[in-house]
Ligand binder design. Structure first.
Ligand code: GLY
Length: 385
């Protein structure tokens, strides 16, 4: 398949994230969990692994992974934590690190994160800090984790003061994105992950966005060739950005398109499940494009294309699309701006926005006028239904 500016000419070869001594491969395909032992064994310095998973994913994929490790003569233990965002906290981190130490790991033990973004972030952070850092492998089982959170080394937990505020950069040694896992994902979760795929087209790859407009339905309907192309293109885009700016001092901030608005919406819901992260990003990307139009930066036609594609896929683009839209009744522009100012992306008291000149042409802006933002959000809240 063609339709992207990112070099993925050999679709069957692993993608490489080039980070010197911290470089690693991303393998995308089917049957990768059943086949994981050989790939994981090849990079281990010791002979023991500990799998961290949750009580949703474990029953589906843990036996398959365990069998594969046993077949490769890798000794293994497993730790299962409760599924859900609430597990990404200090209590569960403490419990997990205790269990790792109780399992008598040493510095050659490899940790395997089997699950979605919560497991990748929590287990990755445990790997970053236990014994001052042990190796880990990401086996992402959700679309969102496959195209975003498993790649790039951001690990961490939430604090009572906000999401992902405690954490570390700790790159995995390998990412295995098994597309078969997408077949068991609830559709709402699949669509939420798809929002992050659209993001890569919007940031800097207009041909990929064109491709998604035609093939997005196939991706979300389970077509494996389309899923492979979408996940590969997304991971290649992310790998290139992470290689250029591992610690987000520059271009990596582009990956936050839709996130400044989206995190404010999530915070306002109190993370009560009204809004999945990917849904918040979908709404946030629409707001970022609409705000860019308001500022005279981008055309209404491009805003309409973004909104139409998100809606065609079944993602929300306005506050009135939320399942529990009535709960947004008391929201104000100032409350959303307060969340944005507290976001960890804010620097020296200034909010950092990713704005758009066109589809596939986004840029970072640290000089947004609060008055213009307030007027824009007030209008968006008024028009929500
Ligand atoms: N999810 C954005 C990043 O990894 O930088």
């Amino acid at each position: 398949m063609t339709g992207s500016k990112t070099d993925i000419s050999n679709a069957d070869a692993p993608l490489h994230v080039e980070l010197g001594a911290r470089s690693y491969d991303i393998v995308i395909g089917q049957g990768l969990i059943a086949d994981a032992g050989g790939r994981i064994g090849a990079l281990m310095t010791g002979s023991r692994a500990v799998i961290v998973t949750d009580d949703n994913v474990g029953p589906l994929y843990l036996p398959r992974l365990q069998e594969s490790l046993s077949a490769a003569a890798i000794q293994h233990a497993s730790i299962t934590v409760p599924a859900g965002e609430k597990t990404k906290d200090f209590n569960h981190l403490q419990k997990l690190t205790d269990e790792l130490l109780a399992a008598r790991i040493d510095r050659s033990t490899l940790l395997i994160a089997l699950g979605g973004g919560v497991i990748g972030d929590l287990a990755g952070f445990a790997a970053a800090i236990t014994m001052r850092g042990i190796d880990f492998v990401q086996v992402p089982t959700t679309l969102l984790a496959q195209v975003d959170s498993s790649v790039g080394g951001k690990t961490g937990i939430n604090s009572a003061r906000g999401k992902n505020l405690i954490g570390a950069f700790h790159q995995p040694r390998l990412v295995l994105a098994d597309l078969e896992c997408l077949d068991s994902l609830p559709r709402r979760q699949l669509l939420a992950g798809y929002a992050e795929i659209i993001k890569y087209g919007l940031i800097n790859d207009p041909q990929f966005f064109d491709w998604l407009e035609i093939n997005g339905g196939a991706v979300t309907d389970g077509d494996k060739a389309a899923q492979h192309h979408a996940v590969l293109t997304s991971c290649a885009a992310k790998a290139a950005i992470v290689a250029a700016d591992e610690r987000e001092s520059g271009v990596r901030a582009l990956l936050n398109l839709g996130h400044t608005f989206g995190h404010a919406l999530e915070a306002e819901t109190g993370y009560d499940g009204t809004l999945l992260h990917g849904e918040a990003v979908a709404m946030g990307m629409t707001l970022a494009y609409d705000f860019s139009q308001t500022l005279g930066l981008c055309s209404g036609r491009d805003c309409e294309r973004v909104r139409s594609h998100l809606n065609a896929i079944g993602l929300p683009t306005k506050l009135g699309d939320l399942a529990a839209a009535s709960s947004t009744a008391g929201w104000t522009a100032d409350a959303l701006i307060t969340h944005m100012a507290l976001d960890k992306k804010a620097e020296n008291g200034k909010m950092v926005f990713v704005l758009a000149r066109a589809i596939g042409d986004c840029f970072i802006n640290r000089d947004v006028s609060i008055d213009q933002l307030r007027a824009f959000l007030t209008n968006a809240l008024t028009e929500k239904n």
